[in-house]
Design a protein around this ligand. Structure first.
Ligand SMILES: Cc1cc2nc3c(=O)[nH]c(=O)nc-3n(C[C@H](O)[C@H](O)[C@H](O)COP(=O)(O)OP(=O)(O)OC[C@H]3O[C@@H](n4cnc5c(N)ncnc54)[C@H](O)[C@@H]3O)c2cc1C
Length: 473
């Protein structure tokens, strides 16, 4: 029986069963359609707001499968999407009715402890990479939540606890293996296909399917000083003022994240505050552990902390400390700005918006990223935004579709109110489904976006990789 599939031009085709059969013969991994038992779990992504049903899912087992999937899609003019960890807020990993090229089974990591590099397959989560690199006391620059996919994070830029020391994740790439829109397998680095290497360091999924990333690693841990300190919400202004001074003075080994939210029923928070507003500062000091307590003293002396779980702990544990707040399957809607700094009027605004939070799962987060990334020129990679010091993420999160309106409105209101405090830039990986061309330009800047559009014309003239935050001119 023929299967209906969505095409690049927006139409649909009936794929004859012989064509599907010959693809299945050439492809080593599983090819799933709606009636397969694994289909439902594979098509679902982290954000439950995204409910798309691909016509087929090609579960790749290696580079040869990726090439087969691209050739099959090209031959039949199919709409395609690429899935890594499935964590993109806009749900770019899954296309309606087309072919989802699923990389999530490819999770090998090989560490070279002498060269301080790791080769990681594109289906890895952050946890997969941290686990292997930490065996050697090394770490890649990755993000804050361990279930996130490395692929989407890295090709979009990437930031985490080590960004202040070493820049964007993509600033730490040595090379990548990539399958391009014409089915070629290329090795991109500073010395080979340098323009493609440039484009893939922030240009997101527009240029090809990366099958493996080679990261430069850095000595970290295996233990660091890290955790969180929390205060009641009525001390938020005072605490954020202290955070402003503390983070401005902190060495690059010390990264902190300020969070305003309703206290979850977490064991580290006293029962009396559960369900009430709190402010928390997450910290990770990856320098000399002995220096950490003196650095943290001003924070600890601020107001009346209600919890303090900053302690010596494994770096891999620090990397998953925020995981429980971001489970797969909730409804999520984010708005985000890069900030050049934090001042008192901004603090007053975010505290006022935190008081209007519409869900116990939502949060306002400020990540400090200032440091190494600011030292590179604007055109070093499309990730750009070399003037950013903090990321503001207005992170709406709730459970029921009937609450969509109130939660999205809360995030939009806060976004508009804080716009004047932004650098004007934003993070491509935090853009939601409806954010279009103007926000893509805000993420890259005009010059980088023009260069991306030119390279897109060269590497993907037919815009095969269109289920992305698109950079075509
Ligand atoms: C809970 C949570 C926490 C986060 N924390 C951070 C953080 O700390 N730091 C940070 O920088 N970002 C963070 N992000 C954002 C994250 O970087 C993006 O969501 C990113 O898209 C996730 O990558 P993924 O592989 O899981 O995405 P997917 O949803 O699988 O893919 C997203 C898009 O990435 C591209 N892509 C995926 N795989 C490939 C590939 N192999 N080759 C080429 N392109 C590919 C495709 O365009 C795809 O459509 C977080 C996201 C979530 C949900």
């Amino acid at each position: 029986m023929a299967i209906k599939l969505k095409q690049l031009d927006g139409g649909t085709m009936d794929l004859p069963s012989e064509a599907l059969q010959s693809f299945k013969t050439a492809f080593k991994g599983g090819v799933l359609s709606a009636e397969d038992p694994d289909y439902e779990e594979t098509r679902k992504v982290w954000n439950a707001m995204i409910d798309r049903r691909p016509g087929l899912v090609a579960r790749c087992t290696g580079t040869a499968d990726v090439v087969q999937a691209v050739r099959f899609a090209r031959q039949h003019g199919l709409l395609s999407s690429v899935r890594g960890g499935g964590h993109n807020i806009a749900g770019l990993a899954v296309c309606e009715g087309g072919l989802m090229i699923d990389m999530s089974l490819l999770r090998g990591v090989w560490v070279d402890p002498l060269r301080h590099t790791a080769l990681a397959q594109a289906g890895c989560t952050l946890a997969d990479v941290d686990r292997e690199t930490q065996l050697h006391g090394l770490a890649a620059v990755l993000g804050f939540v361990s279930a996130t996919g490395i692929a989407g994070l890295t090709v979009g830029g990437g930031f985490g606890y080590l960004t202040r020391r070493h820049g964007w994740t993509c600033d730490n790439l040595v090379s990548m293996e990539v399958v391009t829109a014409d089915g070629q397998v290329l090795h991109a680095s500073a010395d080979a296909h340098a323009d493609l290497f440039w484009a893939l360091r922030g240009g997101s999924g527009n240029f090809g399917i990366v099958t493996s990333f080679e990261y430069r690693l850095h000595p970290v841990g295996p233990e660091i000083l890290g955790g969180a300190i929390a205060w009641q919400g009525d001390e938020a202004v005072q605490v954020l003022e202290a955070y402003r001074a503390f983070s401005a003075a902190a060495p690059r080994e010390l990264t902190s994240v300020a969070v305003l939210r309703i206290a979850p029923p977490a064991p580290w928070l006293p029962k009396e505050v559960h369900g009430k507003p709190i402010v928390a500062i997450f910290v990770c000091h990856s320098g000399q552990i002995e220096d950490g307590d003196a650095l943290l003293a001003p924070l600890r002396a601020t107001g009346r902390p209600i919890a303090d779980i900053v302690t010596r702990r494994p770096y891999v544990q620090m990397q998953s400390l925020l995981d429980a707040t971001q489970p797969k399957g909730r409804r999520y809607y984010w708005k985000s700005h890069y900030l050049p700094g934090i001042d008192r009027p901004f603090i007053d605004l975010v505290v006022a918006h935190a008081a209007r939070i519409a869900s116990p799962h939502s949060a306002l987060l400020m990540f400090q990223i200032q440091g190494a990334l600011n030292e590179l020129p604007a055109g070093h990679s499309p990730a750009g935004n070399r003037d950013a010091a903090y990321v503001l993420n207005i992170a709406g999160s709730w459970e029921k579709p009937e609450d969509d309106g109130a939660n999205m409105q809360w995030a939009r209101d806060c976004f508009e109110a804080t716009r004047a405090f932004s650098t004007g830039g934003t993070y491509i990986n935090f853009l939601t489904e409806e954010e279009g061309r103007d926000r893509v330009e805000a993420a890259y800047g005009r010059t980088n976006l023009d260069r991306l559009a030119t390279l897109k014309q060269h590497y993907d003239p037919e815009n095969f990789f269109r289920h992305t935050k698109n950079v075509s001119g």
